[in-house]
Write a protein of this length. Structure first.
Length: 179
């Protein structure tokens, strides 16, 4: 059931969305039809979130132009979910005016880049720059959060926690004390 909002609520929701996206270093993105989301670093540019990925950057599994994605932004100070929305995904054409603006914003957010001076050229050759534009009202906001945890089930692994050491091991390692 979609909630009805007043123009003032729409304005405040949009301000919350924009401010949260600008301040948070990470957001969670779950493409439509994909069971789990993933954390992505991003930038806010021209009314939307922009991300760069694939090639030598973060993987953008499942995000495709013309698709939709569920975006969740965490609070910068507490780290918990702050807001969420549905986004329309578009791919920006390399070296277009929109791409250039997005890349300038993304370059300022990219930490420890191996090729800071030529990163735009590498992104144009190897990567995709996607724009995630909010579509509709917020799906999560303070006072209207879902009840579930949204935690993903850990992947199966053969790794285990440490087991107790065998009772005789200390005697073997330290030897018998001669008295």
């Amino acid at each position: 059931m979609e909630r009805t909002t007043t123009p003032a609520e729409d304005f405040l929701d949009r301000a919350l969305l924009e401010e949260a996206a600008k301040k948070s270093g990470l957001l969670w993105v779950r493409p439509e039809g994909v069971p789990n989301g993933r954390a992505l670093w991003h930038a806010w540019h021209d009314g939307a979130v922009v991300v760069v990925g694939d090639g030598g950057e973060q993987p953008l599994h499942g995000l495709a132009a013309g698709g939709r994605a569920e975006v969740t932004v965490r609070s910068k100070d507490k780290g918990g979910r702050l807001t969420g929305w549905l986004a329309d995904v578009t791919e920006l054409a390399p070296r277009s005016e929109a791409w250039q603006g997005a890349v300038e914003e993304l370059k300022s957010k990219r930490l420890n880049a191996p090729d800071t001076d030529t990163i735009g050229d590498r992104w144009a050759r190897e990567c995709r720059v996607l724009r995630l534009e909010p579509a509709g009202a917020l799906t999560e906001r303070p006072g209207a959060m879902p009840d579930g945890s949204h935690a993903a089930v850990p992947m199966p692994t053969g790794a285990t926690t440490r087991r107790p050491i065998p009772a005789g091991l200390p005697k073997l390692l330290l030897g018998r004390r001669k008295g």
